[in-house]
Design a protein around this ligand. Sequence first.
Ligand code: ATP
Length: 645
Amino acid sequence: MPADRRAINAPDKVTTARHQFFSQRKVPEALVSTTILKSWIRCSQLGHDTARPPVFEPLEARNLRERKEQHELLRRLYRMELQTLLRGARATGGIVVLSDPEGTVLDAEGDVGFAGKAATMALRPGVVWSEASIGTNAIGTAIHERRPVMVRGGEHFHEPHRDMSCAAAPIFDPTGTIMGVLDLSSHASAMPPATLSMVRLIIDQVEHRLFNDAFNDLDVVRFHTDPSLLGTARECILVFDGDRLVAANRYGLKSIAREWGDIGHTRFSDIFDAPSPGYVFGNSLRFRDNGIAHCRLHLRGGRVVPTAIPGAAEPEPEPISADGSAHDSGTAVTEPIPWPKPWFDSHATVSLNHAVRLVDADVPLLVQGETGSGKEAFARAVHACSSRADKPFIAINCAAIPESLIESELFGHEEGAFTGARKNGARGLLREANGGLLFLDEIGDMPLPLQSRLLRVLQDRQVMPLGGGRPVPLDIRIISATNQDLSELSRESRFRDDLYYRLAQFTITLSPLRERVDRRLLIERLWAEVSRGQTRLPVDVRDRLAAYEWPGNYRELVGALRALAALGGANQMSLEQCLPQALRTPSTLRLDSEQTDRGLLQHHTQDVIRSALEEARGNISMAARKLGINRSTLYRHLQRSITRQ
Ligand SMILES: Nc1ncnc2c1ncn2[C@@H]1O[C@H](COP(=O)(O)OP(=O)(O)OP(=O)(O)O)[C@@H](O)[C@H]1O
């Protein structure tokens, strides 16, 4: 038989597969995709018989109308894309079909000729195209698989459907629930393989629109490594409530290697190098693995973090004067310099993650650190990332309240409890913090008698206001902070050791700013905030700032940067001139960190060489072999260290 006749008469793979599966009850090997094969198996188990047409009952007109109303948002989004879809359908002489999440066809339009034929095959509004109802088909199988599916000709379960091919993809809402399915169907032979890609592109648009004007009360992070894709349907979108991922688009999930099921269980700090979106500034987002993406943040309350996306400029905010009223943009008024957000390094971020878990698990924390090292900022970040983020955060500075008032401030009082008591009494800060987090700053300065009272409150989990009244149950999480050595104070009996053990069930020590290795980066970020991104910090000024000891830690640094921005930001003075006095005196500067690094490296190299020589009992060749370098290199190192000494 000539080759061409053989080709014409040979059954195609799908026909062979159907014969093996439906007639011979065999599993066809490599003739159809596993998606189709699995669907055939499912449909057989559901009792479908390929020889008989499926039995279905279309919805009555009234029920169909109701169903359409129920899915009005889906249909509106679909209609926005309809013209493009119809162009695609016309090209293949096919129809566009929209179904609800159960597979009920809501709308079907396109080529009149094919629409008539499709209707005879039951592909018309009101009919449910689930696998259970119709057998293997693109709509039902896409719903089952939760992904785009193409079903061509004989891949359909039932014989009558062999005449058509369908490409369908589910539309996901931002939490991963299927909202509906979009399908393009045409004559079996007319469907080009690219049809499914086109359906996917349309779905991208529909899903992207779901984020417009939504989530105003949450933080929306839009990002992409390619800045030109920001603002398009292919940008990655993640939505956070505090630090918890609560919604996303498919691109967002894919970029962070997560799935729909991870929504609600993933924290911002699991992915990015910051505790929550509120801690990101500017238009770059750093991943934990150090990758960088361009981003655009819409923080809760409608605040948009400024970015520099071409063609997507944000409207200029109206200038606000110190008293809060808007003023003419022409008036030369000095605007208040912003207070920058804390920017944690990787050590503090790890501690933050631990702290959030501990606080959520009701384990009291003690945060230690020098003055200005960010203890309160840290506690606030813990609160913002904890499950109590929407509950109160009450900070009490035990050193700042006069001793005579601490008791009533903390525990509250009844009316007339003491001379000067408030008219209707006071709830007290402990009760203000009920349900939320209490931050006891400078706990080491709490007077001893009050320590006993606080201990009792913590043990009994209830507070009794001064002057009597009924005890009030308390549900608070506690973070205490100190810049003193609390264990030392307790050894000297200046702090109750039982209270110490109660409050310090886990201790976190924040490092001083001078020990932070990414000081240059930190300074640049803080500067970008205080200068509103309008001036660049000269490299030498940045390096001087980075090299300073900063005894007042972040508080001092932030103060200096704000002063620099106020004086030099508008270029009235050079930034160099505006440096604080202490920074203009070279003796207060530490070694430049690169020099320090170089010194450490040299020191380390000498150590390694010394021990290799010791092990080799002074034998240069053997020591060089141990070190994996040649003898001349080792001689050069030895020569250098001798000249240095
Ligand atoms: N990691 C950080 N990055 C940038 N700024 C920070 C950081 N931590 C704290 N700050 C800023 O430094 C200032 C002082 O911080 P904070 O009050 O938290 O320090 P503290 O350790 O509680 O001080 P004290 O010991 O005096 O109570 C604040 O303006 C805060 O926003």
